[in-house]
Design a protein around this ligand. Sequence first.
Ligand code: EZ4
Ligand code: CO
Length: 412
Amino acid sequence: MKILTAEVVVTSPDRNFVTLQLTTDEGVTGLGDATLNGRELAVVAYLREHVVPLLIGRDPARIEDTWQFLYRSAYWRRGPVTMAAIAAVDVALWDIKAKVAGMPLYQLLGGASRTGLLTYGHASGKDLEELFDSVRAHQAEGYRAIRIQTGVPGLKSIYGIASNATFDGNAGKRYDHEPAQRGALPAEEDWDTRSYLRHVPTVFEAVRAEFGPELPLLHDGHHRMTPIQAAQLGKSLEPYDLFWLEDCTPAENQEALRLVRQHTTTPLAIGEIFNTVWDYQQIVREQLIDYVRSAVTHTGGITHLKKIVDYASQYQIKSGFHGPTDISPVGMAAQMHLGLAIHNFGIQEYMRHGEATDRVFRQSFTFVDGMLHPGDQPGIGVELDRAEADRHPYETAYLPYNRLADGTVHDW
Ligand code: EZ4
Ligand code: CO
């Protein structure tokens, strides 16, 4: 078989998605997700201008060879744009291979290691009342593990709160699933770490009092703390038994996690903005984290993320793949297959996509009693409806950014 065509499809049903569709000379198609939230068109150009011409005529069966060729022949290694582009090719090739084999992808990855994937959803509210309603709504949908984010007194607009979509195209809508707002410029949010550190433990105390000790609870610090602040938060949350505290520091400084670890037993999850196994080298070897947060989409596909989780497995570190709505249904399906197959699966983040997105991407996964399963269609189990995709052209959208009270730009 040979790759006959490679098409890069940009569509914006509820948000922007970049999808690579490969077609072989025997008419087999494969899909890969290349969505990089807020920087989508950079990956589109990388694929269209520099990758698609190299794929035509190649043998789609040679997945590892294609991965190494795209990674090494570029000379310029790593980075989110490169790794999202390679991921899209990699997942599309796995999709083709599994379709040709007549099997769901997880069978080629070693078969199912479990019956389904425990997931967590995002509860949020600007105050406790709204938050509790959101937790109950998630439980009613079946979720058995829940991420908790709330407003902080004195701050008008912060990460992870569903109801504060006020910007341009999204004005007035409860925008539960996406921090990127449509419009020409990024929205500005405000931040104060001391207020946050004071407030968050009171929220978890209230949530435990209301919902009891059993419910697994998670929280995302979204890269905003210094190491000593992160240590302080981890320590102050210990009584509330978190499943994990995510992105407590901007972890490109991997050594910083040593200090956090010395001070707290709250489990740590990191990696949604990492893109290679080398970003994990130190924090895995020194056992500075408990969960790997990468997504298939941003980490070079199935081929590379499998290497990361296999490396992590030596240290009892588990998966917690990134699953916000900016991972497309194609990327989510791919990582559901991987999560089902690996031994060191931990938990899968899962935010529902919008209805328009579900019309563009025909999916075969199931979500029952809080557990995801990718389904048993040959391949990854997703097909793209081109006519529906073309009905939703790209719309500029940016992630927000933060300023402190004195105007200083802060990590978002
Ligand atoms: O801010 O996916 O854990 N989830 C997250 C996400 C990220 C977005 C960025 O595109 O931190 O909500
Ligand atoms: Co996160």
